[in-house]
Ligand binder design. Structure first.
Ligand SMILES: Cc1ncc(COP(=O)(O)O)c(C=O)c1O
Length: 381
């Protein structure tokens, strides 16, 4: 599914030098490596501020909290995401309102978002939190228009989308604030946990800096209750090395995605543009919006008899993943939100059909051919 050793081999010397820099200075928390990463990532993303923190989960919470999300707020988001998207809303004390996804891209559907905004009109503060799923930005033109119309703000969950763009702007620069994750499987990854919040609002950034440091501006003086959520210097040093390669890596991911697309079309497993899978057309490819620069953090298809296919591929030594097998509105811990099976049908259907295939820049052509050939074999083609 993902072989990180191949990437490591190509950057080993620079990574070792960066870690040695930290060891030589013995400056592990804050300091020049963190500041360097924050200013370099901000400049790469085209935002005024990037604030490092301990994980993408914390970044979601910090971005929302600093955007003013608390008990009197509702946050509209997708149920077809990683758990942290919704848990961070709950952690702020706010009410999540879940809206269904567009079956073509699996991103938050603007029509459903509008209905959710209408439901949330009695809340004092409304936030829309799109997730740029698998590395493709949600429809930011329509979501920005809706945010304006309903007096809501946009906070991006860009955990899967470092370097992705909507038109000429990068993810992370498309709303009031954004959250990124540097979890080891992410397209820009640390050697452990890490994350950051980005924004063009200097006050909001200062608030995130306080919240990640126990709500404190000056040591031992606390204006509010924050958390310990810092990006340590070792991870920042590694991320600075990797940041230099991210454009190349993302570009290669796009080439790998195009190659999968070509292989699937030639295999006869897909029927162009169709989002329904069947015995005749057992694989459906997801759509890419023309405005989106998709960085393919994951390469995901819909598959007929998905679970059986996955077992077959595992037996062939081919790694796959399911992002996500249970949509968030049906998670046990969210039963109090009172959603029922059938409420968000596209998210529910996607959870039974999606399959993520091996995808990383160092993936070889013969390996991709093997993946598609094994899928064709499973369906008897
Ligand atoms: C969409 C999304 N949001 C939030 C997170 C949380 O990030 P982390 O695992 O770094 O806490 C992830 C990563 O797993 C994610 O994919």
């Amino acid at each position: 599914m993902l072989d990180l050793t191949r990437q490591y081999e190509t950057i080993k010397d620079d990574v070792h030098a960066a870690i040695e820099r930290v060891l030589t200075t013995q400056h592990f928390i804050g300091g020049p490596e963190l500041e360097g990463f924050e200013s370099e990532s901000a400049s790469y993303l085209g935002v005024k501020e990037s604030v490092g923190c301990a994980s993408g989960t914390d970044a979601c919470w910090l971005a929302l909290a600093a955007a003013g999300v608390g008990r009197e707020a509702c946050v509209i988001t997708t149920p077809f995401s990683f758990f942290a998207t919704v848990s961070s809303i709950v952690r702020c004390g706010a009410t999540p309102i879940l809206a269904d996804i567009d079956p073509a891209t699996l991103n938050l559907d603007p029509g459903a978002t509008e209905r959710a905004l209408h439901r949330g009109r009695s809340f004092k503060l409304r936030v829309v939190m799109p997730v740029h799923l698998y590395g493709q930005c949600a429809n930011m033109d329509r979501l920005a228009r809706l945010a304006e119309q309903y007096d809501a703000s946009l906070v991006e969950d860009a955990a899967q989308a470092f370097g992705a763009k909507w038109r000429d702007k990068k993810a992370g620069a498309l709303g009031k604030a954004a959250a990124f994750s540097f979890y080891p499987t992410k397209n820009l990854s640390a050697y452990g946990d890490g994350g950051c919040v980005t924004t063009n609002d200097e006050e909001l950034a200062a608030h995130v800096r306080r919240l990640r440091n126990h709500g404190s501006r000056h040591r031992y003086y606390h204006e509010e209750i924050g958390w310990n959520s810092r990006l340590d210097a070792m991870q920042a040093a590694v991320l600075r090395v990797k940041l230099k390669h991210i454009d190349d890596w993302n570009q290669v991911r796009r080439m790998r995605a195009r190659r999968y697309q070509g292989l699937f079309i030639n295999s006869g497993l897909v029927q162009g543009g169709e989002q329904l899978v069947s015995a005749q057309a057992p694989i459906a490819l997801l759509a890419t919006m023309p405005e989106a620069y998709h960085i393919y953090h994951q390469y995901v298809v819909r598959a007929f008899r998905r679970d059986e296919l996955r077992t077959f591929l595992t037996q062939q030594g081919i790694g796959t993943e399911i992002y996500y097998p249970v949509p968030l509105h049906l998670q046990e811990c969210f039963t109090y939100l009172a959603y029922r099976a059938g409420d968000l049908p596209e998210s529910e259907r996607a959870s039974t059909e999606v399959l993520a295939l091996p995808m990383f820049p160092e993936l070889r052509e013969d390996e991709q051919q093997r993946v598609v050939a094994a899928i064709a074999e499973f369906y008897g083609r």
